[in-house]
Write a protein that binds this ligand. Structure first.
Ligand code: ZN
Ligand code: ZN
Length: 268
């Protein structure tokens, strides 16, 4: 399997390095293909995504850098589409991700800070964090239908803070039912789930998304995977891919070659 990473952010939004710097770092690290997946403009929350008029500049920058690397490393121009982001034409690919849950006409982030998540649970759910997770997965089940994306981003993002804060019991039957229903629905679309190491490079988790239990369920129900780093700076490109590959081997997780997937899509 070629060395690839299809989830990378840049200074266009919340990354610390430019497209040029990220590409140079990936090339130096031996990647044969990479994809940029900046946060697409999302009208309800324009602080953590491309501005309404920045998408064209972002895409043309990625295309220019891709041309510089032609023949050495393939670079794909994509976006990470939040559940509430409108679809964008002219992309090589996209990642569909739930970051925000909509409740009572408000939106709250499940991955920004632990306090935002706790406050939202208190305000909208009487503190019932499992109910938050149920709403999160109800949205997650629809993320491909909504975004038409090529990759399912960090499927169990709602568990981001659980290692350090134990916000809910991941073994609770309500939690299992919620993610199992969403996973079954998504597997039907035939799109790969990410093994996403982004929370590891940023110190929130010691294991990738999704949990081992979820990975095994996806495997047993016919789903497959792609390994991505969700890198926000050069040194996190490919972070913990050794551990991810070890999981793939030990759990016998089926991986897809993302470039073949995109090639097949092009040929329709
Ligand atoms: Zn994301
Ligand atoms: Zn991301």
């Amino acid at each position: 399997m070629p060395k690839t990473d299809f989830h990378m952010h840049t200074t266009f939004v919340d990354g610390q390095n430019s497209v040029e710097e990220m590409a140079a770092a990936a090339y130096a690290a031996g990647f044969t293909a990479i994809g940029f997946s900046e946060h697409a403009h999302t009208p309800h929350n324009d602080s953590c995504c491309l501005g309404p008029h920045d998408t064209a500049a972002y895409l043309s920058t990625v295309r220019e850098v891709a041309a510089e690397y032609a023949g050495r490393m393939r670079i794909y121009a994509g976006l990470e589409l939040d559940y509430f982001a409108p679809q964008v034409a002219g992309l090589d690919y996209s990642i569909g991700s739930v970051h925000d849950v909509q409740k009572d006409g408000c939106y709250f982030s499940v991955d920004h800070t632990v306090d935002i998540l706790k406050n939202a649970a208190a305000r909208h759910y009487d503190g019932d964090m499992l109910a938050v997770a149920e709403d999160f997965y109800a949205q997650a089940a629809q993320v491909i239908a909504k975004t038409q994306a090529d990759i399912i981003g960090h499927f169990d993002l709602v568990s981001k803070f659980n290692e350090k804060h134990q916000l809910f019991d991941a073994e609770d039957a309500r939690y299992r039912r919620a993610w199992q229903n969403a996973a079954k629905e998504l597997i039907g679309y035939g799109k790969p789930f990410e093994i996403n190491t982004g929370a590891m490079s940023r110190g929130y988790r010691t294991m990738p998304y999704p949990s081992v239990e979820i990975m095994e369920f996806i495997r047993d129900n016919g789903g497959f995977f792609v390994i991505n780093s969700d890198a926000h700076y050069c040194a996190s490109i490919g972070h913990a891919f050794d551990l991810a590959h070890q999981l793939v081997r030990e759990l016998r997780l089926p991986l897809v070659n993302m470039e073949e997937v995109l090639q097949n899509k092009k040929q329709g």
